[in-house]
Design a protein around this ligand. Structure first.
Ligand code: S3P
Length: 170
């Protein structure tokens, strides 16, 4: 029985924003993989990347995902890189209805214009990096997902569509 909703997709696709709306509407718990890691490590994602490196972060992410995947009646927001590891996707799919929040690169560029919390995007050519990373990651999100929802619009409308699909499919 799939009794979690797992949100995946690129940075800025709205996993956390939509996830909170969803959890409230369904009376589910909300869990965010990045926040879980930050709490466990006692530092921010940026600090983890700077002090311990990406490889360390990815190991912590797998650990976090495996713990969160065991929950029930929970909306789980994953980090944008989590679904690149089959191990993570499989753990989350076990009890989770996986939703890919699909946005255009233009939406991501706009939403993350003033964001300084994503270490992978701290660079002068970030718009180009966003486009390239999004297209190389897209197949992973599609493979992991049970359904894909366009997420360029408003969080409330997106949450409504996700609930409809969850009720129909799980
Ligand atoms: C990452 C996405 C971030 C965070 C880290 C790496 C990625 O999460 O896990 O900065 O590789 O796409 P969000 O997708 O929640 O921004």
């Amino acid at each position: 029985m799939k009794n979690n909703i797992v949100l995946c997709g690129f940075m800025g696709c709205g996993k956390t924003t939509v996830g909170k709306v969803l959890a409230k509407a369904l009376n589910f718990e909300f869990a965010d993989s990045d926040s879980f890691i930050e709490q466990k490590e006692g530092k921010s994602i940026s600090e983890i990347f700077a002090e311990n490196g990406e490889e360390y972060f990815r190991k912590a992410e797998t650990q976090a995902v495996k713990e969160l995947a065991l929950k029930s009646d929970t909306v789980i927001a994953t980090g944008g890189g989590a679904m690149l590891k089959t191990e993570n996707a499989n753990a989350l799919k076990d009890k989770g209805f996986v939703v890919f929040l699909d946005v255009s690169p233009e939406t991501v560029v706009k939403r993350l214009k003033d964001d300084a919390t994503r270490p992978l995007l701290k660079r002068a050519d970030r718009d180009r990096v966003i486009k390239e990373l999004m297209s190389s990651r897209r197949p992973y999100y599609l493979t992991a997902a049970d359904v894909t929802v366009n997420a360029d619009g408003d969080a409330t409308d997106i949450a409504r569509e996700v609930i409809m699909l969850f009720n129909k499919n799980h």
